[in-house]
Design a binder for this molecule. Structure first.
Ligand code: SF4
Length: 192
């Protein structure tokens, strides 16, 4: 399957945006495990919004959006939709983005029970303090269930694994950057 990753930015490079939604940053660390090959990648891509650049919001159209983590709150939904609107190609990277992953384990319980377990009945509650479930306009509202990204917007590619191998991430990025059909070797695909 191939996708048009859009125009380069005038310097021959493609803009890539990266985000962690409800994830643990392990998939982003796996990207860094590409090691010295990153130097070659950076001659062909510019990393725009990401935790690596500390750019907080996409301000220009990007060729590739790298999404770690599933959707667990309303801020995740807004962020993912903004990526979909502003990236030519979106990749679900890792188990959380692909199917919800570890955070989706809460889906077998009611959200109210999860909040009570975490904040009201927690063994780590501060002794003597009145237990309270945090609630503030700045805290994103949790969704009732944790969703994989493709249940919120259309995703173009999926790289499973918790986290995926750096070689798998590199293979997909390299195919996209070079304009080849993405062909992730079976030997690089794992689900754990
Ligand atoms: S897939 Fe695994 S490594 Fe990646 S964000 Fe989820 S828990 Fe972390």
């Amino acid at each position: 399957m191939s996708h048009d990753t859009g125009e380069d930015t005038g310097d021959g490079k493609l803009d890539v945006a990266m985000i962690s939604l409800c994830g643990c940053w392990g998939c982003t660390l796996s990207f860094l495990d590409i090691d010295e090959r990153i130097l070659g990648l950076l001659t062909r891509i510019t990393i725009h919004r990401s935790s690596l650049t500390d750019i907080k919001r996409i301000t220009k159209r990007c060729a590739i959006g790298f999404i770690e983590g599933g959707v667990a709150n309303e801020d995740n939904i807004e962020t993912l939709r903004h990526f979909r609107d502003n990236c030519d190609v979106l990749i679900s990277v890792g188990a959380c983005a692909v199917w919800g992953g570890v955070p989706a384990m809460r889906n077998v319980f009611e959200l109210t029970d999860c909040l009570a377990e975490a904040y009201l009945n927690s063994p780590t509650a501060v002794p003597g303090a009145a237990p309270v479930i945090p609630c503030h306009p700045d805290i994103p509202r949790l969704t009732t269930k944790v969703h994989p990204c493709h249940e919120v917007v259309e995703m173009d590619y999926f790289i499973p694994g918790c986290p995926p191998d750096a070689d798998a991430i590199f293979a997909v990025l390299d195919d996209l950057i070079e304009g080849r059909p993405v062909a992730l070797p079976r030997s690089l695909i794992h689900y754990d």
